[in-house]
Design a protein around this ligand. Sequence first.
Ligand SMILES: Cc1cc2nc3c(=O)[nH]c(=O)nc-3n(C[C@H](O)[C@H](O)[C@H](O)COP(=O)(O)O)c2cc1C
Length: 263
Amino acid sequence: MKESTQDAWRIRYGSEPPENLNQFGTLLNHRSVRKFTNEQVPESTIAGLVACAQSAATSSNLQAWSIVSVQNPENRASIAALCGNQKQIIGASWFFAFMADLNRLCTFAESKADAIDTVEMYSVAVIDAALAAERMVVAAESIGLGICYIGAIRNKPDEVKELLRLPTHTFPVFGLCIGVPDESAKAAIKPRLHQEQIWFRETYAETLDVDEYNQRAAEFFGNQGMANDATWAQKSAVRASNNGLSGREHLQSFLDKQKLNQR
Ligand SMILES: Cc1cc2nc3c(=O)[nH]c(=O)nc-3n(C[C@H](O)[C@H](O)[C@H](O)COP(=O)(O)O)c2cc1C
């Protein structure tokens, strides 16, 4: 059963919600879903979701993104293996690789597009892909579907490139699982930092405080049976270390080969 928007706020922040939250529909109720039922999401529904994704704003209307759906079971198993064997990739009704895609632009702009290898154009394409994906996610969640992003698609980009036959000037930014959530393994809404920690007024904050969030996060993971001695801050620091990148510390050499993000 879906939490009320007010309850979702309470879980996010551990505080009482303001009025008028209902107007935000299911937006506060997001959680990543890692267990799906066997029910297939019809292609017609997916076509609607893709239209939602394509309705996202896109820098200069460049539409510098694309998706590869991976439905063939053998290919799905291969992509799951390349993404750390995460079970939700096999279990999802649909799996999409989301690409930052400047290849299309290259094919028609040819030598005129002589800044295609810049950080700016790379950023444009990655932002476009992320905005499109998140709109697809919001739409999917609004009709009761569940999703899980898969950043692990960047673990072994050369192998992903070969499997999906990606041309140069493309970059697999993340994968996206979509399916019907298995309510018997219902995912929980996760607390977030208080708004004062991310919403600064006029100028950036002089001091940051994550202690309060460390505590709420520890309580949350304890209640989920995932108690851990490390705090959220400590776990986040590991995630941003060379040991925590699962191979992604070498992405620059992949981007070099893809002729992206060079200057
Ligand atoms: C770009 C991106 C990549 C992610 N990659 C993975 C992944 O590979 N595997 C996974 O289980 N979750 C992945 N996630 C989900 C995050 O772990 C999740 O969003 C975060 O822990 C917050 O939890 P919530 O989505 O349930 O609120 C990813 C999320 C994003 C935005």
